[in-house]
Design a protein around this ligand. Structure first.
Ligand SMILES: [Zn+2]
Length: 70
């Protein structure tokens, strides 16, 4: 888990490494960036989280709806 605190409203929230990895893959980012920008779930303020210590797992491939593939 990556712990964060909103710079504007002070709301603490957490992201999973898997969520960040999937989001970066969806943005076409292949190399691990130093920061990840995410919105505060309370006030929508964009916070930049340091990924310096985070170990991002392999992104999960998006599961297309109705696909017959295993
Ligand atoms: Zn906030």
């Amino acid at each position: 888990m990556i712990k964060a605190r909103c710079y504007r409203c002070g709301n603490p929230f957490t992201l999973t490494e898997q969520f960040v990895s999937n989001a970066l893959a969806a943005q076409g980012v292949t190399a691990k960036p130093t920061h990840y920008a995410t919105e505060c779930p309370r006030c929508r303020h964009v916070n930049k989280l340091s990924l310096g210590r985070a170990h991002l797992p392999e992104p999960e491939p998006p599961a297309p709806a109705g696909s017959a593939e295993p």
